[in-house]
Write a protein that binds this ligand. Structure first.
Ligand code: C2O
Length: 546
């Protein structure tokens, strides 16, 4: 195993997109930031130096962080931020039994819009091969969003007004609003590593004239799944094989917004080009084929939930050695409702419409507040959590109601929402099953829920109100997909299961960035285990203090 070492210098970068020059926060003057490439079993060491004007933390999205919770990165959950003015913190973690495509991003305010990059894990020396034929080449496509404005200002404005942030003005592919190209050779197979780093939008992705075989999602291998469209929620990744078997020429690769809200109107699209190298064609043939036309794929409608859910629901996990791995015994069962609602404007929300109120989001009617004096993990470690968090996150919503009918639920559930920093404590190595139920208070929306520190099995998903008696028949306990981010259907539910075998404090939250400051989050606290190799070590010496 090797040590993969990087220095991330976070600072201002002036770049120009769509004819507009904008100062952004970026790592090492690059947008997207540097690619981190490692193999399973390696140790990753990243020295982050903050020369930007903002507080910074970096999260390694999807990395399991076994016994290294101090390096997880969410601001005020696993650490206090790294202060501006040259403060530094070194993130150090091992890659333990993970392969595939992940990414890293800032985990404070909206800065992840520009502070992000790919994190690729190739098979390690013990098992050097992919569980599919070795591709001839690979390409990383990282999707993002672009504002002609400072993203910190965009967030501040939304919070003061208590409403949704201004939409981005464009989608990006590898940081570009157009013009990105991928060259392929006829007859070869490519591994596409797709990352949705957009702040607030799910995406459909297609390549004209080409189909895919999905082989992994969130760096968990899947059974090969053939499709001509890939769907990614913010935070999610997909590894897909694409065979370059079309006639030589130019093909559009298109990423387009998928919107689950019935009345949504945002429909951004962005393109890149797939270009065949013409090794076998004569110059005349190549010119004729390459310039005659560019082929555009037929995209789903921007609100095509059937296609989105069809994709999300079709993936199954590739069994290691053909054996099921889902834990069958469940120690803790939870039903967690979540969604957007409204609360009275707070005095600091100076631009908030007092009659309408402020958008608030909650899980089991608790709107999550980050602590201010020390991180949740530090308080957990000290054993004295007073004033930082409480251990009363409820296992169920305070009242059962018709979750997916706005009319039936509005008043009661909204009135009961309160703010708090509540965690759910889990004993080491116990298994928890969580039914995630979307509520329709401000309209049913597909929220991608991301869990830190674990991959979970997605046993089943469906629309409407969760009904255990019916749903249990649909559980896949043999080869369910594993993920770190599940796009729970709009007005529906998903059932996830995981074993709490990693001590620390792990946040679960909506990966639509706008919903995090509104409170769509909770955290699990996992006790240390009984043996020395199941105890969280002490924090590193340079661990930031608040
Ligand atoms: Cu990719 Cu808590 O986030």
């Amino acid at each position: 195993a090797a040590v993969v070492e990087h220095t991330f210098n976070v600072g201002n970068l002036t770049i120009s997109r769509l004819g507009h020059s904008q100062v952004i926060t970026a790592v090492n003057g690059q947008f997207p930031g540097p690619k981190v490439e490692a193999r399973d079993g390696d140790t990753v060491v990243v020295h982050v130096v903050n020369n930007s004007p903002y507080n910074i933390t970096i999260h390694w999205h999807g990395i399991l962080q076994r016994l290294s919770g101090w390096a997880d990165g969410p601001s005020m959950v696993s650490q206090c931020p790294i202060r501006p003015g040259g403060a530094a913190y070194t993130y150090r973690f091992n890659i333990t039994g993970q392969e595939g495509t992940l990414w890293w991003h800032a985990h404070v305010s909206f800065l992840r819009a520009t502070v992000h990059g790919a994190l690729l894990i190739r098979p390690g020396p013990d098992k050097p091969h992919y569980p599919f034929p070795t591709p001839h080449g690979e390409a990383t496509l990282l999707f993002g969003e672009w504002w002609n404005a400072s993203v910190v200002d965009v967030e501040r404005q939304a919070m003061l007004a208590g409403g949704a942030p201004n939409n981005s003005i464009a989608l990006t592919i590898n940081g570009m609003t157009g013009g990105h190209e991928l060259a392929v050779r006829h007859g070869e197979t490519y591994l596409l590593r797709l990352i949705n780093a957009a702040l607030n939008y799910q995406l459909f992705f297609k390549v004209a004239g080409h189909d895919f075989t999905v082989v992994a999602a969130d760096a968990c291998y899947t059974d090969p799944y053939d499709t001509d469209v890939i769907v990614l929620a913010p935070g999610q990744t997909v590894d897909a094989l694409m065979r370059a078997d079309a006639s030589p020429g130019l093909y559009y690769m298109v990423a387009q917004v998928y919107q689950s809200l019935a009345n949504a109107t945002y429909t951004a699209t962005t393109t890149a080009l797939l270009r065949y190298e013409h090794d076998d064609a004569t110059a005349e043939e190549a010119t004729a084929a390459g310039t005659s036309m560019i082929v555009m794929p037929t995209m789903p409608a921007f609100n095509d939930s059937e296609t989105a859910q069809g994709f999300y629901g079709s993936l199954t996990g590739l069994l290691p050695d053909g054996k099921p791995t889902v834990p069958l015994h469940v120690d803790t069962r939870m039903l967690v409702t979540y969604g957007l609602g409204v609360m009275p404007c707070s005095p600091t929300q100076t631009l908030c419409n007092r009659t309408r109120g402020s958008v608030a989001a909650s899980m089991n009617n608790v709107s999550f507040q980050l602590p201010t004096t020390m991180s949740l993990l530090e308080a957990h470690r000290r054993g004295n959590v007073d004033g930082v968090y409480t251990r009363d996150f409820p296992d169920r919503p305070p009242v059962m109601f018709n979750f997916t009918s706005a009319a039936a639920s509005t008043n009661r559930s909204v009135m009961l929402t309160s703010k708090g920093t509540k965690v759910k404590t889990l004993r080491f190595n116990t298994t928890v099953e969580v039914v995630l139920q979307n509520t329709a208070i401000l309209g049913a929306e597909n929220h991608p829920l991301h869990l830190h520190g674990f991959n979970f099995y997605v046993l089943s998903q469906g629309v409407g109100n969760f009904d255990a008696r019916v749903a249990v028949r649909s559980y896949n306990l043999v080869n369910p997909q594993q993920r770190n981010t599940v796009a729970v259907p709009a007005g529906g539910w998903a059932v996830i299961r995981f074993t709490a075998d990693n001590p620390g404090v792990w946040v679960m939250h909506c990966h639509l960035d706008a919903h995090l400051p509104f409170g769509l989050a909770m955290a699990f606290e996992v006790d240390d285990g009984p043996t020395p190799d199941s105890v969280l070590p002490p924090p590193p010496p340079d661990y930031p203090q608040c």
